[in-house]
Design a binder for this molecule. Structure first.
Ligand code: CO
Length: 141
């Protein structure tokens, strides 16, 4: 597992939060993207080497809508970059972590992603992500 790739923040209104974070960082998001299978619209900000992902639900049964209903707006997940997502899934499963999707999904910002269930990680939703461009030719995904 490598560096923190980004921190995901669940927001009610991407429009309002884009404004808020634009004033916070002094620059607008560098990207906005919908991930339809996840029911989210995201926007990405960079601050120095750090990346923040804002997530807004696109439908009432989206995981983000459910999260906000339960906990309110706030930090939703921490994402770590990995070099070999399949190897990490295998390693973490063997170590007893609950992997939410064993086949990596296409996430925002050109990544393959998997999530670890918060009940196996002290209440924190952990995302592992690998750049799609950096997939090894032998990879099975
Ligand atoms: Co994320």
């Amino acid at each position: 597992m490598q560096k923190i790739e980004h921190i995901g923040i669940a927001v009610k209104s991407l429009e309002k939060s884009n404004e808020l974070f634009t004033s916070l960082f002094g620059k607008p998001p560098y990207k906005s993207e919908s991930v339809e299978n996840e029911g989210v619209t995201t926007s990405f900000f960079k601050s120095g080497p750090n990346k923040i992902e804002l997530l807004e639900a696109t439908k009432p049964d989206s995981p983000i809508a459910k999260f906000i209903e339960k906990k309110g707006e706030g930090i939703h997940h921490i994402a770590f970059a990995v070099d070999d997502i399949m190897a990490e899934i295998k390693r973490l499963k063997a170590a007893g972590f609950i992997v939410l999707n064993e086949t990596p999904k296409k996430g925002a910002d050109n990544k393959l992603v998997v999530f670890l269930h918060p009940k196996s990680t002290n209440g924190v939703l952990i995302e592992l992500c690998q750049d799609i461009d950096k997939l090894s030719p032998t990879s099975s995904v």
